[in-house]
Design a protein around this ligand. Structure first.
Ligand SMILES: Nc1nc2c(ncn2[C@@H]2O[C@H](COP(=O)(O)OP(=O)(O)OP(=O)(O)O)[C@@H](O)[C@H]2O)c(=O)[nH]1
Ligand SMILES: [Mg+2]
Length: 373
Protein backbone atom coordinates (compact mmCIF):
# COMPACT_ATOMS: atom_id res chain seq x y z
CA UNK A 1 0.00 0.00 0.00
CA UNK A 2 1.13 3.55 -0.66
CA UNK A 3 1.50 6.46 1.78
CA UNK A 4 0.33 10.06 1.78
CA UNK A 5 1.52 13.12 3.68
CA UNK A 6 -0.74 15.99 4.73
CA UNK A 7 0.72 19.51 4.78
CA UNK A 8 -1.59 21.88 6.66
CA UNK A 9 -0.79 25.57 6.34
CA UNK A 10 -2.20 28.57 8.24
CA UNK A 11 -5.12 28.81 10.65
CA UNK A 12 -7.69 27.34 8.31
CA UNK A 13 -5.39 24.56 7.06
CA UNK A 14 -4.54 23.47 10.58
CA UNK A 15 -8.09 23.63 11.88
CA UNK A 16 -9.46 21.63 8.97
CA UNK A 17 -6.50 19.23 9.11
CA UNK A 18 -7.06 18.62 12.78
CA UNK A 19 -10.67 17.62 12.17
CA UNK A 20 -9.55 15.28 9.38
CA UNK A 21 -7.08 13.48 11.67
CA UNK A 22 -9.70 13.18 14.37
CA UNK A 23 -12.22 11.57 12.01
CA UNK A 24 -9.59 9.34 10.37
CA UNK A 25 -8.49 8.03 13.77
CA UNK A 26 -12.07 7.26 14.78
CA UNK A 27 -12.73 5.49 11.52
CA UNK A 28 -9.60 3.34 11.83
CA UNK A 29 -10.42 2.63 15.48
CA UNK A 30 -13.87 1.38 14.46
CA UNK A 31 -12.42 -0.93 11.82
CA UNK A 32 -9.17 -1.97 13.50
CA UNK A 33 -10.51 -3.60 16.65
CA UNK A 34 -7.39 -5.63 17.45
CA UNK A 35 -5.04 -2.67 17.72
CA UNK A 36 -2.62 -4.05 15.14
CA UNK A 37 -0.62 -1.64 13.02
CA UNK A 38 -1.63 -2.72 9.54
CA UNK A 39 -1.26 -1.60 5.95
CA UNK A 40 -4.42 0.52 6.15
CA UNK A 41 -3.09 2.50 9.10
CA UNK A 42 0.33 2.88 7.54
CA UNK A 43 -1.14 4.92 4.67
CA UNK A 44 -1.55 8.03 6.83
CA UNK A 45 0.05 7.09 10.18
CA UNK A 46 3.42 5.93 11.46
CA UNK A 47 3.73 3.58 14.40
CA UNK A 48 6.46 4.81 16.72
CA UNK A 49 8.01 3.39 19.84
CA UNK A 50 7.98 6.37 22.18
CA UNK A 51 9.71 4.68 25.12
CA UNK A 52 13.04 6.27 24.33
CA UNK A 53 11.68 9.76 24.87
CA UNK A 54 9.89 9.96 21.56
CA UNK A 55 12.98 8.99 19.56
CA UNK A 56 12.20 5.31 19.30
CA UNK A 57 12.29 3.54 15.96
CA UNK A 58 9.18 3.03 13.90
CA UNK A 59 7.60 -0.36 14.37
CA UNK A 60 6.42 -1.82 11.14
CA UNK A 61 4.40 -4.80 12.28
CA UNK A 62 2.60 -5.79 15.41
CA UNK A 63 0.74 -3.88 18.07
CA UNK A 64 0.04 -0.19 17.77
CA UNK A 65 2.47 1.63 20.02
CA UNK A 66 2.05 5.32 19.33
CA UNK A 67 0.47 6.55 16.11
CA UNK A 68 1.92 9.65 14.53
CA UNK A 69 0.17 11.41 11.67
CA UNK A 70 2.17 11.70 8.46
CA UNK A 71 1.70 15.44 8.61
CA UNK A 72 3.55 18.74 8.58
CA UNK A 73 1.90 21.60 10.47
CA UNK A 74 2.86 25.09 9.34
CA UNK A 75 1.53 28.39 10.65
CA UNK A 76 3.24 31.76 10.98
CA UNK A 77 1.16 32.41 14.09
CA UNK A 78 1.50 29.95 16.94
CA UNK A 79 -2.01 30.14 18.41
CA UNK A 80 -3.79 27.44 16.45
CA UNK A 81 -0.92 24.95 16.52
CA UNK A 82 -0.44 25.52 20.27
CA UNK A 83 -4.11 24.88 20.80
CA UNK A 84 -3.84 21.61 18.86
CA UNK A 85 -0.84 20.66 21.00
CA UNK A 86 -2.88 21.18 24.14
CA UNK A 87 -5.89 19.30 22.83
CA UNK A 88 -6.75 15.60 22.76
CA UNK A 89 -4.88 15.07 19.49
CA UNK A 90 -1.55 16.36 20.83
CA UNK A 91 0.14 12.95 20.78
CA UNK A 92 -0.79 12.33 17.17
CA UNK A 93 1.55 15.06 15.93
CA UNK A 94 5.31 14.66 16.03
CA UNK A 95 6.83 17.71 17.72
CA UNK A 96 9.56 17.70 15.05
CA UNK A 97 6.95 18.18 12.36
CA UNK A 98 5.81 21.66 13.30
CA UNK A 99 6.90 25.01 11.89
CA UNK A 100 5.53 28.11 13.57
CA UNK A 101 6.39 31.78 13.92
CA UNK A 102 4.86 34.47 16.07
CA UNK A 103 3.38 37.33 14.14
CA UNK A 104 1.58 35.73 11.16
CA UNK A 105 1.51 37.03 7.60
CA UNK A 106 -0.97 39.84 8.34
CA UNK A 107 -3.40 38.59 5.67
CA UNK A 108 -0.81 39.44 3.06
CA UNK A 109 -0.01 36.87 0.35
CA UNK A 110 3.38 38.48 -0.37
CA UNK A 111 4.51 38.24 3.26
CA UNK A 112 3.65 34.53 3.34
CA UNK A 113 5.06 33.71 -0.09
CA UNK A 114 8.08 35.95 -0.39
CA UNK A 115 9.21 36.74 3.14
CA UNK A 116 8.34 33.62 5.16
CA UNK A 117 8.86 31.48 2.08
CA UNK A 118 12.52 32.54 1.78
CA UNK A 119 13.06 32.51 5.52
CA UNK A 120 11.66 29.02 6.12
CA UNK A 121 12.56 27.34 2.85
CA UNK A 122 15.37 25.14 4.22
CA UNK A 123 13.41 24.24 7.32
CA UNK A 124 10.33 23.24 5.30
CA UNK A 125 12.37 21.18 2.81
CA UNK A 126 14.16 19.39 5.62
CA UNK A 127 10.93 18.49 7.37
CA UNK A 128 9.28 17.40 4.14
CA UNK A 129 12.25 15.15 3.38
CA UNK A 130 12.10 13.68 6.86
CA UNK A 131 8.41 12.89 6.49
CA UNK A 132 9.03 11.38 3.05
CA UNK A 133 11.86 9.22 4.43
CA UNK A 134 9.40 7.49 6.72
CA UNK A 135 7.35 6.32 3.70
CA UNK A 136 8.02 3.14 1.68
CA UNK A 137 6.10 4.39 -1.31
CA UNK A 138 5.06 8.03 -1.04
CA UNK A 139 2.27 8.66 -3.47
CA UNK A 140 0.54 11.90 -2.61
CA UNK A 141 0.94 15.20 -0.78
CA UNK A 142 -2.29 16.74 0.46
CA UNK A 143 -2.05 20.48 1.09
CA UNK A 144 -4.86 22.07 3.10
CA UNK A 145 -4.99 25.87 3.23
CA UNK A 146 -7.17 28.94 2.88
CA UNK A 147 -7.04 31.22 -0.14
CA UNK A 148 -7.89 34.29 1.93
CA UNK A 149 -5.22 34.36 4.65
CA UNK A 150 -1.62 35.48 4.16
CA UNK A 151 0.01 32.29 5.41
CA UNK A 152 -2.46 29.88 3.83
CA UNK A 153 -2.45 31.52 0.40
CA UNK A 154 1.15 32.79 0.31
CA UNK A 155 3.19 30.23 2.20
CA UNK A 156 0.77 27.43 1.23
CA UNK A 157 1.45 28.00 -2.46
CA UNK A 158 5.17 28.44 -1.73
CA UNK A 159 5.17 24.95 -0.22
CA UNK A 160 3.36 23.71 -3.33
CA UNK A 161 6.23 25.07 -5.45
CA UNK A 162 8.77 23.40 -3.18
CA UNK A 163 6.97 20.09 -3.47
CA UNK A 164 7.10 20.28 -7.23
CA UNK A 165 10.83 21.04 -7.11
CA UNK A 166 11.77 18.46 -4.51
CA UNK A 167 9.30 15.63 -5.22
CA UNK A 168 8.26 16.08 -8.86
CA UNK A 169 6.98 12.52 -9.11
CA UNK A 170 4.69 12.72 -6.06
CA UNK A 171 1.11 13.76 -6.74
CA UNK A 172 0.09 17.18 -5.34
CA UNK A 173 -3.54 17.38 -4.26
CA UNK A 174 -4.63 20.73 -2.83
CA UNK A 175 -7.73 21.48 -0.77
CA UNK A 176 -8.28 25.24 -0.97
CA UNK A 177 -10.87 27.06 1.13
CA UNK A 178 -12.18 30.09 -0.75
CA UNK A 179 -13.40 33.18 1.14
CA UNK A 180 -17.06 34.15 1.15
CA UNK A 181 -18.34 37.51 -0.14
CA UNK A 182 -18.66 38.84 3.40
CA UNK A 183 -15.22 37.74 4.51
CA UNK A 184 -13.63 39.73 7.37
CA UNK A 185 -10.27 39.64 5.64
CA UNK A 186 -10.33 42.65 3.36
CA UNK A 187 -7.37 41.45 1.30
CA UNK A 188 -8.79 37.97 0.73
CA UNK A 189 -9.77 38.56 -2.96
CA UNK A 190 -6.20 39.68 -3.77
CA UNK A 191 -4.67 36.79 -1.87
CA UNK A 192 -6.98 34.38 -3.68
CA UNK A 193 -6.09 35.66 -7.15
CA UNK A 194 -2.36 35.54 -6.43
CA UNK A 195 -2.67 32.04 -4.98
CA UNK A 196 -4.81 30.85 -7.92
CA UNK A 197 -1.99 31.54 -10.34
CA UNK A 198 0.28 29.25 -8.32
CA UNK A 199 -2.41 26.57 -8.08
CA UNK A 200 -2.86 26.69 -11.87
CA UNK A 201 0.80 26.07 -12.44
CA UNK A 202 1.96 23.78 -9.70
CA UNK A 203 -0.93 21.63 -8.43
CA UNK A 204 -1.93 18.32 -9.98
CA UNK A 205 -5.47 18.61 -8.67
CA UNK A 206 -7.35 21.25 -6.67
CA UNK A 207 -10.47 20.82 -4.62
CA UNK A 208 -11.92 24.31 -4.19
CA UNK A 209 -14.31 24.66 -1.27
CA UNK A 210 -16.30 27.82 -0.66
CA UNK A 211 -17.01 29.03 2.82
CA UNK A 212 -20.32 30.40 1.56
CA UNK A 213 -21.53 26.94 0.55
CA UNK A 214 -20.44 25.46 3.87
CA UNK A 215 -22.19 28.26 5.72
CA UNK A 216 -25.44 27.59 3.85
CA UNK A 217 -25.27 23.86 4.54
CA UNK A 218 -24.63 24.40 8.26
CA UNK A 219 -27.47 26.94 8.43
CA UNK A 220 -29.85 24.54 6.75
CA UNK A 221 -28.91 21.81 9.21
CA UNK A 222 -29.52 24.11 12.17
CA UNK A 223 -32.83 25.22 10.71
CA UNK A 224 -33.88 21.61 10.32
CA UNK A 225 -32.89 20.86 13.89
CA UNK A 226 -34.55 23.96 15.35
CA UNK A 227 -37.76 23.60 13.40
CA UNK A 228 -38.09 20.05 14.70
CA UNK A 229 -39.28 19.26 11.20
CA UNK A 230 -37.61 15.93 11.32
CA UNK A 231 -39.00 15.15 14.73
CA UNK A 232 -35.49 14.40 15.68
CA UNK A 233 -32.97 14.81 18.41
CA UNK A 234 -29.36 15.57 17.77
CA UNK A 235 -26.90 13.09 19.16
CA UNK A 236 -24.37 14.66 21.45
CA UNK A 237 -21.35 13.63 19.47
CA UNK A 238 -22.79 14.40 16.07
CA UNK A 239 -20.25 15.13 13.39
CA UNK A 240 -21.47 18.57 12.49
CA UNK A 241 -22.32 19.85 15.91
CA UNK A 242 -19.63 18.38 18.09
CA UNK A 243 -16.30 19.76 19.17
CA UNK A 244 -15.04 16.25 19.82
CA UNK A 245 -11.36 15.93 19.11
CA UNK A 246 -10.68 19.47 20.25
CA UNK A 247 -9.94 20.90 23.62
CA UNK A 248 -13.23 21.50 25.37
CA UNK A 249 -14.27 25.10 25.15
CA UNK A 250 -17.41 26.70 26.47
CA UNK A 251 -18.36 27.91 23.05
CA UNK A 252 -18.05 26.23 19.71
CA UNK A 253 -15.69 28.02 17.39
CA UNK A 254 -17.45 29.59 14.44
CA UNK A 255 -15.75 27.37 11.84
CA UNK A 256 -16.12 24.02 13.62
CA UNK A 257 -19.25 22.81 11.89
CA UNK A 258 -18.00 24.02 8.51
CA UNK A 259 -14.66 22.30 8.99
CA UNK A 260 -16.38 19.05 9.84
CA UNK A 261 -17.94 19.02 6.40
CA UNK A 262 -14.57 19.53 4.70
CA UNK A 263 -13.00 16.88 6.92
CA UNK A 264 -15.76 14.43 6.01
CA UNK A 265 -15.19 15.07 2.33
CA UNK A 266 -11.45 14.44 2.72
CA UNK A 267 -12.13 11.36 4.82
CA UNK A 268 -14.29 9.88 2.08
CA UNK A 269 -11.98 10.91 -0.70
CA UNK A 270 -8.97 9.31 0.95
CA UNK A 271 -10.81 6.14 1.95
CA UNK A 272 -9.56 4.22 -1.07
CA UNK A 273 -6.01 5.21 -0.13
CA UNK A 274 -6.60 4.25 3.51
CA UNK A 275 -8.32 0.90 3.05
CA UNK A 276 -7.90 -2.03 0.70
CA UNK A 277 -10.86 -3.07 -1.42
CA UNK A 278 -11.28 -4.98 -4.64
CA UNK A 279 -13.18 -2.11 -6.28
CA UNK A 280 -10.93 0.62 -4.87
CA UNK A 281 -9.06 2.92 -7.15
CA UNK A 282 -6.26 5.27 -6.20
CA UNK A 283 -7.21 8.88 -5.71
CA UNK A 284 -4.60 10.08 -8.17
CA UNK A 285 -5.88 7.63 -10.75
CA UNK A 286 -9.43 8.97 -10.28
CA UNK A 287 -8.40 12.59 -10.50
CA UNK A 288 -6.09 11.87 -13.43
CA UNK A 289 -9.17 10.66 -15.32
CA UNK A 290 -10.98 13.88 -14.41
CA UNK A 291 -8.23 16.20 -15.63
CA UNK A 292 -8.39 16.46 -19.41
CA UNK A 293 -5.73 19.17 -19.67
CA UNK A 294 -3.03 19.80 -17.03
CA UNK A 295 -4.32 23.22 -16.02
CA UNK A 296 -7.98 22.25 -15.95
CA UNK A 297 -7.53 20.54 -12.63
CA UNK A 298 -10.24 22.12 -10.45
CA UNK A 299 -12.93 19.74 -9.24
CA UNK A 300 -16.47 20.61 -8.16
CA UNK A 301 -17.16 18.48 -5.12
CA UNK A 302 -20.38 17.42 -3.48
CA UNK A 303 -21.17 15.19 -0.57
CA UNK A 304 -24.16 13.03 0.24
CA UNK A 305 -25.74 12.15 2.62
CA UNK A 306 -24.93 15.56 3.98
CA UNK A 307 -27.72 16.53 6.29
CA UNK A 308 -27.43 13.27 8.15
CA UNK A 309 -23.92 14.36 9.17
CA UNK A 310 -25.75 16.11 11.95
CA UNK A 311 -26.75 12.63 13.08
CA UNK A 312 -30.36 13.65 13.28
CA UNK A 313 -32.75 10.81 12.69
CA UNK A 314 -33.29 11.46 9.04
CA UNK A 315 -34.82 8.41 7.36
CA UNK A 316 -32.05 6.65 5.52
CA UNK A 317 -31.85 7.97 2.01
CA UNK A 318 -32.61 5.64 -0.79
CA UNK A 319 -29.60 4.98 -2.91
CA UNK A 320 -31.18 6.47 -6.04
CA UNK A 321 -31.93 9.69 -4.18
CA UNK A 322 -28.32 9.88 -3.02
CA UNK A 323 -27.08 9.62 -6.58
CA UNK A 324 -29.40 12.47 -7.62
CA UNK A 325 -28.35 14.53 -4.58
CA UNK A 326 -24.72 14.25 -5.59
CA UNK A 327 -25.59 16.47 -8.56
CA UNK A 328 -27.79 18.93 -6.71
CA UNK A 329 -26.55 22.38 -5.73
CA UNK A 330 -27.59 21.87 -2.11
CA UNK A 331 -24.92 19.24 -1.76
CA UNK A 332 -22.14 21.03 -3.58
CA UNK A 333 -19.29 22.54 -1.62
CA UNK A 334 -18.83 25.29 -4.18
CA UNK A 335 -21.39 27.73 -5.56
CA UNK A 336 -20.85 26.96 -9.25
CA UNK A 337 -23.74 25.61 -11.28
CA UNK A 338 -22.38 23.01 -13.68
CA UNK A 339 -25.85 22.32 -15.04
CA UNK A 340 -25.73 25.69 -16.79
CA UNK A 341 -22.50 24.60 -18.32
CA UNK A 342 -20.93 21.29 -19.10
CA UNK A 343 -19.55 18.39 -17.09
CA UNK A 344 -16.28 17.38 -18.71
CA UNK A 345 -16.02 14.33 -16.50
CA UNK A 346 -17.56 13.00 -13.29
CA UNK A 347 -16.42 10.56 -10.67
CA UNK A 348 -18.74 9.07 -8.09
CA UNK A 349 -17.04 7.54 -5.07
CA UNK A 350 -19.43 5.25 -3.27
CA UNK A 351 -18.78 3.86 0.20
CA UNK A 352 -20.75 1.15 1.90
CA UNK A 353 -22.62 -1.94 1.02
CA UNK A 354 -23.86 -1.26 -2.49
CA UNK A 355 -24.60 -3.68 -5.31
CA UNK A 356 -22.73 -3.14 -8.57
CA UNK A 357 -26.02 -3.56 -10.45
CA UNK A 358 -27.49 -0.61 -8.49
CA UNK A 359 -24.46 1.48 -9.38
CA UNK A 360 -24.81 0.65 -13.07
CA UNK A 361 -28.52 1.44 -13.09
CA UNK A 362 -27.98 4.81 -11.43
CA UNK A 363 -25.10 5.80 -13.65
CA UNK A 364 -27.23 5.08 -16.70
CA UNK A 365 -30.16 7.01 -15.23
CA UNK A 366 -28.01 10.02 -14.34
CA UNK A 367 -26.25 10.11 -17.67
CA UNK A 368 -29.63 10.70 -19.33
CA UNK A 369 -31.59 12.68 -16.76
CA UNK A 370 -29.02 14.96 -15.18
CA UNK A 371 -25.72 15.05 -16.93
CA UNK A 372 -27.03 15.21 -20.50
CA UNK A 373 -29.74 17.77 -19.79
N1 LIG B 1 -13.70 26.98 6.55
C1 LIG B 1 -12.80 27.64 7.29
N2 LIG B 1 -12.36 28.84 6.90
C2 LIG B 1 -11.44 29.48 7.69
C3 LIG B 1 -10.97 28.92 8.91
N3 LIG B 1 -10.10 29.81 9.47
C4 LIG B 1 -10.04 30.84 8.63
N4 LIG B 1 -10.83 30.67 7.55
C5 LIG B 1 -11.00 31.55 6.39
O1 LIG B 1 -9.68 31.70 5.87
C6 LIG B 1 -9.41 33.04 5.54
C7 LIG B 1 -8.38 33.60 6.51
O2 LIG B 1 -7.28 32.74 6.44
P1 LIG B 1 -6.51 32.13 7.71
O3 LIG B 1 -6.31 30.68 7.42
O4 LIG B 1 -7.17 32.55 8.96
O5 LIG B 1 -5.15 32.92 7.59
P2 LIG B 1 -3.69 32.38 7.75
O6 LIG B 1 -3.41 31.40 6.68
O7 LIG B 1 -3.48 31.93 9.16
O8 LIG B 1 -2.82 33.67 7.42
P3 LIG B 1 -2.40 34.90 8.35
O9 LIG B 1 -3.29 34.87 9.55
O10 LIG B 1 -2.57 36.08 7.48
O11 LIG B 1 -0.96 34.65 8.71
C8 LIG B 1 -10.73 33.76 5.67
O12 LIG B 1 -11.34 33.67 4.41
C9 LIG B 1 -11.49 32.93 6.69
O13 LIG B 1 -12.86 33.03 6.49
C10 LIG B 1 -11.48 27.65 9.30
O14 LIG B 1 -11.12 27.07 10.33
N5 LIG B 1 -12.37 27.06 8.46
MG1 LIG C 1 -3.27 33.13 10.87
Amino acid sequence: MTQSVVVQVGQCGNQVGCRFWDLALREHAAVNQKGIYDEALSSFFRNVDTRSGGNGPAIYKGKICSLKARALLIDMEEGVVNEILQGPLRDVFDSKQLITDVSGSGNNWAVGHKIYGCQYRENIVEKLRKTAEHCDCLQCFFIIHSMGGGTGSGLGTFVLNLLEEEFPEVYRFVTSVYPSGEDDVITSPYNSVLAMKELNEHADCVLPIENESLFEIVNKIHQMINSGKLGSTVKQNSLVTSSAGRAKTLQEKPFDAMNNIIANLLLNMTSSARFEGSLNMDLNEISMNLVPFPRLHYLVSSLTPLYTLADVNVPSRRLDQMFSDAFSRDHQLIQADPKHSLYLACALLVRGNVQVSDLRRNIERLTFTIICK
